[in-house]
Write a protein that binds this ligand. Structure first.
Ligand SMILES: [Zn+2]
Length: 82
């Protein structure tokens, strides 16, 4: 089932799942880009919501990164393939 389909926090629109070809996510140590990411988007105001599933995936990719203190590279991964 979809993580979305609830009412927007900012307006009376509905948040529906949209597959975005490339979405950048912020996490505690930097950024992760997911391809074909299922993101919740309000049909009225366009506010984006990230469900638990997608945030878990972001964390998973983030944890697999090498332990460099700083990197300019941004990991890119498919949103659902493991
Ligand atoms: Zn909205």
């Amino acid at each position: 089932m979809s993580d979305y389909g609830y009412q927007c926090e900012w307006c009376d629109g509905v948040v529906l799942e949209k597959i975005l070809p490339r979405e950048i996510f912020r996490h505690s140590r930097g950024f992760v880009i997911l391809e074909d990411a299922p993101v919740g988007v309000c049909i009225k105001c366009g506010h984006k919501y990230y469900g638990a599933k997608i945030l878990r995936r972001v964390e998973e990719i983030a944890m697999n990164r090498d332990k460099a203190k700083r990197t300019e590279r941004i990991p890119v991964a498919h949103a659902t393939h493991s």
